[in-house]
Design a protein around this ligand. Structure first.
Ligand SMILES: [Ca+2]
Ligand SMILES: [Ca+2]
Ligand SMILES: [Ca+2]
Ligand SMILES: [Ca+2]
Length: 447
C-alpha cells in the first residue's frame, strides 16, 4: 500500500495483482475537534486547525511526576505531523512482490469477520481446540462475547457465543490450569465482572465475580496476571466511575477471594499489566485520561503501592505493557486520546523511564503491539477513532519508532488485536468498532 501525506490530506492506493485503485481521505485538518466519544475530556482536546501544538516525534519528557494529576509537559516542542513514506516508496521496498521485507508496510483492504454489533473489546489468543497455534479472536460486543476460531489462513468460524450482556473489556488467559484459555469480562454499567471457563466441551459462563463496590460500580477495564505468584492467575479490574482498582486473588483449588479495592483517583482508562518495577513480577499501569500520565501500581505483599506516575501525552485512554525492545523488561505504550499522540516508555532496572511522544493522528483510542513487518522488533498500532484509520509505528533502531503510517479501517476504529492470523510471519491487525454498524475487520499484511 502506498501512503503519502499532502498536508493533512491522506492519499493512498491499494496495490493488488498489479491493479491500483486510489482512495482519498479528508481528515478535517488532522484533528479531532470535538469530544465525539463522550468521555468528557474535551477540555484538553485540540480545537482543530494546525498541528502546531503537537509534541514533536521522539520528544522525550524530562521528568516523571509523583501524582496522577500532572500537567507538566516539560520538554515538548512544536512540530508537524509528517507521515513517513520511506517504507513504501523510498527504500526500494515493493509491496505485492510476495516478500515481507523489513520495514515494508503493506495491507490488503479490510475484510469484515464479525458484523452487526458494537464491539468494545478484542483479544487475539489461541482458545479453540486445534492442532498448531492458529490465532482465534475473542470479541466483546453489545450483547455478549463471540469467540471466532481462526483457521490459520486468515479465515474464521463461530466457535461460541456467550450471552453475558454488554461487554466493556475482556482478558483471556488460562485461569484454571487446564491448558485452555478462559475469559474474564468487565460489563461496564451493569456493575458485573464475569468469568467464562473454557472446557474441552466449550465455554461455560461459570460465575460472576463479586463486584460489591460502591457507589457506582462500572467495571470498565480488566486484566489477568498472577500477582501473588501462587494458586494461578488473578484478576484485576478498574471501575472508571469510582476511580478504583479491584483485585481478586485466585484461591487454592479455584475460585476467587473477595476483592481488594484501592482508590486510584484520576479518570482511569484501559489498564495494562506487566513487570513495571524492574522485574517481571506483574504490576498494573493505569492511564489517567483526564491528565497526562500513567499511574504505576506495584504489587507488594498482597496489595498495590502507587508508585510515581509516568508522564505521557495528553489524555491517555489505553496502555499496553509488553517488552518492546527485547531486553527482558516490560515497557509501556499509550494511546493519548486528547494529545493525538502515542507515547512509549521503556522499563529499566529502576522501573519505567521517561516517555517519548509520537504524533499519531486524531483521537487515538486503543494501542496494541506486535511485529508487523517481521523484523523481530515489536511495532505499535494505534486506532484513530475519528480518522477511520490506524496509525502504525514500526520500531526502528535503538528503541525509536518511525513516524506513523496510516492504514484505512471501517468507521470508528477502537479495540485492536495484533497477531499473525494467516501464518505468513507478518503481523496482522484486527480492528473492532463501536460506531455505526460496529463489527470487527481484519487487516491482513499483504507483502
Ligand atoms: Ca495468584
Ligand atoms: Ca523492554
Ligand atoms: Ca517490527
Ligand atoms: Ca500475517
Amino acid at each position: 500500500m502506498l501512503v503519502s501525506n499532502l498536508g493533512c490530506r491522506i492519499v493512498w492506493a491499494w496495490r493488488r495483482g498489479g491493479l491500483a485503485s486510489a482512495v482519498a481521505l479528508g481528515l478535517a485538518g488532522c484533528h479531532g475537534g470535538s469530544d465525539s466519544d463522550g468521555d468528557g475530556s474535551s477540555s484538553s482536546e485540540a480545537s482543530g486547525g494546525t498541528a502546531t501544538s503537537e509534541p514533536a516525534e521522539g520528544t522525550t519528557l524530562t521528568e516523571t511526576s509523583t501524582a496522577a494529576t500532572s500537567t507538566t509537559t516539560t520538554g515538548t516542542s512544536t512540530g508537524t505531523s509528517t507521515l513517513d513514506t520511506d517504507a513504501s516508496t523510498g527504500s526500494g521496498l515493493q509491496c505485492s512482490d510476495g516478500r515481507g521485507d523489513a520495514g515494508e508496510l503493506c495491507f490488503a483492504p479490510p475484510v469484515d469477520v464479525f458484523v452487526g454489533l458494537p464491539v468494545a473489546a478484542l483479544v487475539a489468543a489461541t482458545v479453540a481446540p486445534k492442532q498448531g497455534a492458529a490465532q482465534d479472536l475473542v470479541i466483546g460486543h453489545g450483547t455478549g462475547i463471540a469467540v471466532l476460531a481462526g483457521d490459520g489462513s486468515g479465515g474464521f468460524e463461530n466457535l461460541a457465543e456467550l450471552d453475558t450482556g454488554s461487554v466493556a473489556a475482556l482478558a483471556v488467559a488460562d485461569l484454571d490450569g487446564d491448558g485452555l484459555g478462559d475469559i474474564a469480562a468487565a460489563h461496564g454499567d451493569s456493575g458485573r465482572v464475569s468469568i467464562a471457563y473454557n472446557d474441552p466441551g466449550g465455554f461455560a459462563f461459570a460465575q460472576d465475580l463479586p463486584f460489591d463496590v460502591e457507589p457506582t460500580p462500572s467495571p470498565s477495564s480488566i486484566a489477568i496476571a498472577d500477582f501473588d505468584g501462587v494458586d494461578g492467575p488473578d484478576v484485576v479490574a478498574v471501575d472508571e466511575s469510582a476511580a478504583q482498582l479491584h483485585l481478586w486473588l485466585q484461591e487454592p483449588g479455584g475460585g476467587f477471594a473477595a476483592p481488594l479495592s484501592i482508590a486510584i483517583g484520576g479518570n482511569p482508562g484501559e489498564i495494562g499489566v506487566g513487570g513495571l518495577g524492574g522485574s517481571d513480577a506483574p504490576d498494573v499501569a493505569v492511564p489517567n485520561l483526564g491528565g497526562t500520565s500513567v499511574a504505576v501500581l506495584l504489587f507488594n505483599a498482597g496489595s498495590f503501592d502507587i508508585a510515581d506516575s509516568v508522564l505521557v501525552g495528553d489524555g491517555p485512554r489505553a496502555v499496553a505493557v509488553t517488552d518492546l525492545d527485547g531486553d527482558g523488561l516490560d515497557d509501556l505504550a499509550t494511546a493519548d486520546g486528547a494529545g493525538d499522540s502515542a507515547s512509549v516508555a521503556f522499563g529499566g532496572a529502576a522501573g519505567i523511564g521517561n516517555a517519548a511522544i509520537y504524533v499519531a493522528g486524531p483521537q487515538p483510542r486503543a494501542v496494541a503491539t506486535g511485529d508487523i513487518d517481521n523484523d523481530g522488533r515489536a511495532d505499535l498500532v494505534v486506532s484513530l477513532q475519528s480518522a477511520n484509520a490506524v496509525a502504525i509505528f514500526l520500531q526502528g533502531d535503538g528503541g525509536a519508532f518511525l513516524s506513523a503510517q496510516w492504514v484505512a479501517t471501517p468507521p470508528g476504529p477502537g479495540a485492536l488485536a495484533i497477531a499473525d492470523f494467516n501464518g505468513d510471519g507478518l503481523g496482522d491487525v484486527a480492528v473492532g468498532s463501536a460506531a455505526g454498524q460496529g463489527g470487527v475487520s481484519l487487516l491482513l499484511s499483504d507483502p
